[in-house]
Design a binder for this molecule. Structure first.
Ligand SMILES: *Cc1c(COP(=O)(O)O)cnc(C)c1O
Length: 386
């Protein structure tokens, strides 16, 4: 049986061969604990981690000391939000975020509410963008953190991070951004964009799963963080736990490849996305979700008006691997909170498909997918009309 074509690159990506080659020696020959500074095994691992940390820091215009390795963006978001709340609660207990954030931001915020913090959830415009004036008005004297993602994982929308950073900087409020989808795909510069904390992950850019980082600003201003994992005092006390050398090496290598080829790869992804959208436009009852141009090159999110979302997913499954506008928790499927925030009905949210195009997709695959989606939608709407 042939496997479906993979168009779910916002969920995860395969490890690039070059990344795998780079990380393999660190399982066997260079297996030491980077914290074992009494012998060669430790030194070798420590040196690999240092090089990787330096490369990751440089790619966002940060310094080595500002990078805290974590298990991924979920942990980085938790460390940023809960770590800042705990460290600054005497200054204020108000945080601002957005309704369309990833659950790894929304859930830590909801948790803080149970501890007595107040959260403002900004809504978005119908194109998915934050209204900067609304943000300005939401900032109060007791606001300690603003958290707005760089690129949305469902609709690909790119928020105006530099403008938000400037607003936060002017009002002396810390600014965190979840850049899990943005890293490697768009230029990120923590200095020019006034970013104080930034969450990163490797597995969306062809690195290994289980590794990410939190950038934490050291000067202008220096950000204090209460650690959320206590133990051996690794990462300058900010995140204890033995560093996972092969994953860290994979992260740096994946980022190096992504940045070296950023322009050409994004151009290719944009070309494929535009082709897919053009093909799908043959269908009458479709709607593009999210801003038409201010979005990730490889992201296309489409609602199929009047189509049963579950039936559509079943029809697509054998040919293409995509995600729908339904979030599956163990017990029930609920409509995507991102699409609801755009003003969609639950039915329309369920009848939405996210196409995530990446490095290993080509035009032939896109055409196969387009043909299949068009045929499936037509047969589902015929069945309904009979
Ligand atoms: C994937 C993703 C996360 C979670 O990252 P992990 O490294 O899998 O924990 C968080 N935020 C966004 C926007 C994502 O796309």
């Amino acid at each position: 049986m042939r496997k479906p074509i993979y168009l779910d690159c916002h969920a995860t990506t395969p490890v690039d061969e070059r990344v795998l080659d780079a990380m393999l020696p660190y399982f066997r020959e260079v297996f030491g604990n980077p914290a074992s500074l009494g012998h060669l095994y430790g030194w070798e691992a420590e040196s690999a981690v240092k090089l990787a940390r330096e490369a990751i820091a440089q790619s966002i215009n940060a310094t080595r000391e500002e990078i805290v390795f974590t298990s991924g963006a979920t942990e980085a978001n938790n460390l940023a939000i809960k770590g800042v709340a705990e460290a600054y609660h005497q200054r204020g207990r108000h945080l601002i975020t957005v309704q369309t954030e990833h659950s790894a931001v929304l859930d830590p915020c909801a948790y803080l509410q149970t501890l007595g913090f107040e959260i403002t959830y900004l809504n978005v415009q119908s194109d998915g963008l934050v209204d900067l004036q609304q943000l300005q008005q939401a900032i109060r004297d007791d606001t300690i953190l603003v958290s707005v993602m760089a690129a949305n994982n469902e609709i690909g929308v790119l928020q105006p991070i530099a403008e938000i950073g400037q607003i936060c900087h002017d009002r002396q409020v810390l600014f965190h951004t979840d850049a899990a989808q943005a890293i490697g795909k768009i230029p990120l510069n923590v200095e020019s964009m006034n970013i104080d904390l930034m969450s990163l992950t490797a597995h969306k850019i062809y690195g290994a799963k289980g590794i990410g980082a939190l950038y934490v600003r050291r000067r202008n201003p220096r950000v204090n963080l209460a650690p959320q994992l206590h133990g051996g005092g690794h990462e300058r006390g900010r995140r204890s736990g033995t560093l996972y050398t092969p994953q860290i090496v994979s992260f740096a290598k994946a980022l190096e490849i992504a940045i070296a080829n950023q322009a050409s790869e994004q151009k290719q992804a944009l070309h494929l996305r535009q082709h897919l959208w053009q093909r799908l436009s043959e269908l009458e009852q479709i709607k593009l979700n999210g801003h038409p141009t201010q979005r990730l090159a490889g992201n296309l999110n489409v609602s199929f008006i009047g189509i049963n979302g579950q039936a559509l997913m079943l029809a697509l499954q054998p040919v293409v691997a995509v995600s729908s506008g339904s979030a599956c928790s163990s017990a029930k499927t609920s409509p995507s909170h991102v699409l609801l925030a755009l003003g969609h009905s639950p039915e329309l949210a369920h009848a939405s498909i996210r196409f995530g195009i990446g490095r290993f997709n080509d035009l032939e695959q896109i055409n196969i997918v387009a043909n299949h989606v068009i045929n499936s939608v037509r047969s589902l709407s015929n069945r309904k009309n009979q």
